[in-house]
Ligand binder design. Structure first.
Ligand SMILES: *Cc1c(COP(=O)(O)O)cnc(C)c1O
Length: 416
């Protein structure tokens, strides 16, 4: 092991506390120190190369060290790194808001509120949804409906919407009131009184990521939209994972031509380069916050609309066009399906495969997901399991050859 690797690991084990990590096991293990990236590849401090099989926790879109994205940040650095969005506008935020809103049908989601990450994008939608009711004569609508096994982030409000007991149960009662349902059937059976007290329903459209990559039935999103309309309930779509091409279209809601009242994005917004998020909403919602000062939305963060983040998000949208990212993605989605179907049919330890666009979960049996991911490193693939489901969602720039490598690495790793 190189001296600097040893030094970094020592300092990490002595001082760092990692997210979603039992620390004793971490300290007993031998962490990789990632130092460099190029395209779909990452290098550790020992010079070993790995495919980024989960897009660096679901964030990376066009690959690492992309020249256009890198240049956007350096260009912006020549101007200014950060200025306050409280009381000031900035050029990149103006440009980005215009570009993003143009991705939705005219007259639908035409207003955007920037924040920092998926959790804050959700917090923001929740607070808007509650305050909207206070200012439109329905203050009794304070509750939320969410789905079993949902994941919407870790801040207290967003975590209240979470249905994964291992993460969320201990904080129950510390957040906002939420009614959980398993699907449309259960939603339709809720007592009318509960529905009348509901401000909004929140869902991860098409596929629940943290719930071991579990897709919803086709058509469900459209049914949910109709239910919300019939009951005067707002629909919040959490596209933090699905946004920016992951499902094969720019946004998951486009598969069912559904327009939500709030749409939250984060992870892929900056191509996976900078922490930044956005909550979109309609003119109808925005209008309820106009007028007297006390109707304003008193919410924000110090780094709201950070110019570096906006600059790289703009560059990412440019790359979607210049590289025809979504066009080139379609055959790769098909190939992923073929490779995984073969794995499912022939591999003794693959129990099930679930896929939605360029996102897949491979459920293994007779071996733990953690063991498979550790073994996959030896075959040049980095990813992280959710229990016994291996996540495969590489950057959208991943080539067919790289995709074959990734699946082959998983195949070998799951046999060990
Ligand atoms: C990751 C994720 C979040 C939380 O985003 P952070 O940036 O980690 O706060 C929320 N919802 C979904 C669907 C996610 O995948």
């Amino acid at each position: 092991m190189r001296d600097d690797t040893r030094r970094w690991i020592e300092a990490d084990k002595k001082h760092c506390w990692h997210p979603f990590t039992p620390q004793d096991a971490w300290v007993a293990g031998e962490p990789l120190v990632l130092v460099r990236g190029q395209g779909a590849w990452l290098w550790d401090s020992e010079g070993r190369r790995y495919l980024d099989g989960n897009s660096s926790i679901w964030t990376n879109i066009h690959g690492h060290h992309h020249p256009a994205l890198d240049a956007a940040i350096t260009r912006q650095l020549d101007e200014v790194a950060h200025t306050s969005y409280l009381g000031f506008a900035n050029p990149r935020a103006s440009e980005l808001a215009e570009r993003l809103c143009a991705l939705f049908p005219a007259g639908t989601l035409e207003r955007v509120f920037f924040s920092d990450d998926g959790s804050t994008a959700i917090e923001c939608a929740m607070k808007m949804a509650i305050q909207y009711r206070q200012q439109t004569g329905e203050p009794e609508r304070t509750g939320f409906i969410a789905f079993d096994q949902a994941y919407h982030g870790d801040t207290m409000g967003a975590a209240s919407l979470g249905g994964v007991s291992r993460f969320h149960e201990r904080f129950r009662g510390h957040g906002v009131p939420v009614t959980f349902v398993s699907g449309m059937e259960a939603l339709r059976q809720l007592p009318a009184e509960a529905v009348r007290g509901t401000a909004a329903v929140v869902i991860e459209p098409l596929i629940q990521g943290v719930n071991e990559m579990t897709p919803w039935p086709a058509g469900m999103l459209r049914e949910l939209r109709a239910w919300c309309d019939a009951h005067g309930v707002h629909l919040i779509l959490d596209e933090v994972m699905t946004g920016f091409g992951r499902t094969g279209k720019m946004f998951a809601c486009q598969h069912e031509e559904v327009t939500p009242d709030f749409l939250c994005v984060a992870k892929g917004l900056t191509g996976g380069y900078m922490p930044m998020a956005a909550t979109f909403t309609s003119a109808a919602v925005y209008d309820a916050f106009r007028g007297a000062d006390e109707r304003a939305f008193y919410y924000g963060h110090s780094y709201t609309a950070n110019p570096l983040g906006c600059a790289v998000a703009l560059a990412s949208l440019d790359v979607f066009e210049s590289e025809k990212t979504l066009h080139h993605l379609q055959p790769k989605i098909a190939l992923m399906g073929e490779l995984l179907a073969e794995l499912e049919a022939t591999h003794p330890r693959v129990r099930a495969v679930r896929q939605c666009g360029f996102v897949a979960g491979i459920e293994v049996e007779g071996v733990t997901g953690a063991a498979v991911c550790l073994a996959a490193r030896q075959h040049g693939l980095l990813t992280r399991p959710i229990r016994n489901t291996i996540v495969l969602m590489p950057p959208l720039c991943t080539t067919e050859e790289e995709l074959r490598l990734a699946v082959h690495a998983l195949d070998l790793a799951a046999r060990e």
